[in-house]
Design a protein around this ligand. Structure first.
Ligand code: ADP
Ligand code: MG
Length: 437
């Protein structure tokens, strides 16, 4: 009896595992081949393959991967391999354009990827819908506002949607560096279209608070989570006191002649001023900010991407999702608003794995300026903004403290810490009050 049982077990195991193995091999071959065929890559980066399998098995999938980790491929490849059209929600028109261009560059029919946003005219919208209905379109990049429109929802209900991917998903959270209120309505829209569509969220955010917000808001607390390491050993961080900053920047860029870099400034005016100063000093530079007309802005961005210029001087309007692998330095002329934002902006350096230098110029005055910007905003937003700013301050001052550059700054640091504690106490008190009432 025992022998029979064992034999049965043996049969079961061999049969089952062979079956499983065969399944895995065919699946792997297909994915691997598809990777080569559609994107020309030989192997998957990091956890891409497992992520793709998760989504293709119909599970909600949450991808947290640093900038440059290769998140786009996690939806681009499954979109090519599954029936129907994938909807990819993306916050910026420039970002969508960048992606669609790069997909089309891989030699596929232009109809394979489209955008649907406010930049299209009626005729163009009709063409997009025609291609989708003809099953030619595998990826449709939409702005959250377009997802919101009733006519689009009606259209999406008529077609086969393979999945919905929410790129730059941190835009959902007020604690992120790039909050977009429209992002909070995505889930509702998806439910209107079809509650069973698998959803993928992707972000490079490193804070657990933002991660939790995303999962809650998209109703994907059961999602399979893939979180990669955020350690980028090729990035070198330095905070310098803000003295003679233009001269310092010019000197730094000259030491890195011919290399690509980004200089971030807080205001549009500063962007124009610094870009001009660099040009006058013989550096191939252009500016980029949201106040420029679209043609100039796109022209300057393309000039940077195509390496006609080495340096782009920009406000934070530039760079989200922009794919230039060989950016060798990211300079912050002014302090960033949050550490999370700083991490994102500097994350644009060294995406190819090569060296990336990140220099931030710090002065206490910048922090005061940033605080001033916040007044006039709703109180809750101000509170969040201040706390995020505190984190940046303590990061910067910690760097100084380590190199014992300046005791005065340390003193300011103590003042800030005290302010930080006071704010936390105030928030707690407010919460207690709300709970009581
Ligand atoms: P993220 O959105 O995570 O910031 P991207 O999707 O823009 O990153 O990808 C970053 C870079 O990595 C791009 O240049 C992309 O072409 C490249 N890449 C992605 N997957 C692979 C892969 N499997 N092999 C080689 N390069 C890859
Ligand atoms: Mg991306």
């Amino acid at each position: 009896m025992l022998i029979i049982k064992e034999f049965m077990l043996y049969l079961y195991i061999t049969h089952f595992s062979t079956h499983l193995y065969l399944n895995m091999v065919t699946a792997e071959l297909t994915l691997q081949e598809a990777l080569k065929e559609y994107f020309g890559f030989d192997k998957f980066k990091g956890e891409q393959e497992e992520i793709i399998k998760s989504l293709m098995s119909g599970r909600d999938t949450f991808v947290i991967m640093p900038t440059g980790g290769g998140k786009s491929l996690c939806y681009q490849l499954p979109a090519m391999l599954t029936e129907g059209t994938a909807i990819i929600v993306s916050p910026l028109i420039a970002l969508m354009k960048n992606q669609v261009d790069s997909i089309r560059n891989f030699g596929a029919d232009d109809a394979v990827a489209h955008v649907l946003n406010s930049s299209l005219n009626k005729g163009e919208i009709m063409q997009v819908k025609e291609d989708i209905l003809a099953s030619k379109t595998k990826m449709l990049f939409v702005a959250p506002e377009s997802l919101n429109k009733q006519e689009n929802i009606d259209f999406f209900k008529r077609i086969k949607i393979s999945f919905v991917a929410v790129d730059e998903a941190h835009c959902i959270s007020e604690w992120g560096h790039d909050f977009r209120p429209e992002y909070r309505r995505i889930k509702e829209m998806v439910q209107h279209i079809d509650a069973n569509i698998p959803v993928m969220a992707l972000t490079a955010t490193a804070t657990p608070k933002v991660q939790l917000d995303i999962q809650k808001n998209l109703g994907m607390t059961d999602a399979k989570l893939f979180k990669s390491s955020f350690n980028r050993p090729n990035l070198y961080y330095e905070v310098r006191p803000k003295v003679d900053v233009a001269k310092e920047i010019i000197r730094f860029i000259r030491q890195h002649e011919g290399k690509s870099g980004i200089v971030y400034c807080l205001s549009r005016k500063k962007v124009e001023e610094i870009a001009e100063t660099l040009v006058v000093n013989g550096i191939k530079a252009r500016g980029y900010h949201a106040g420029m007309d679209a043609a100039t802005r796109v022209g300057n961005q393309d000039a940077f991407l195509m390496e006609d210029v080495d340096v782009i001087v920009a406000t934070i309007a530039f760079g989200m999702g922009i794919d230039k692998p060989d950016v060798r330095f990211v300079i912050h002329h002014d302090m960033p608003k949050s550490l999370e934002g700083y991490y994102q902006e500097t994350g644009r350096a060294g995406r190819d794995g090569g060296e990336g230098k990140c220099i931030a110029f710090y002065s206490y005055k910048d922090i005061e300026k940033l605080e001033k910007f916040m007044t006039g905003k709703p109180i809750a937003e101000q509170e969040i903004g201040r706390l995020l700013l505190m984190e940046t301050v303590s990061f910067a001052e910690h760097q100084f403290a380590e190199e014992s550059i300046c005791y005065i700054i340390l003193e300011n640091f103590m003042r800030k810490i005290i302010a930080h504690v006071v704010i936390i106490v105030l928030i707690q008190k407010k919460k207690l009050k709300e709970r009581k009432s």
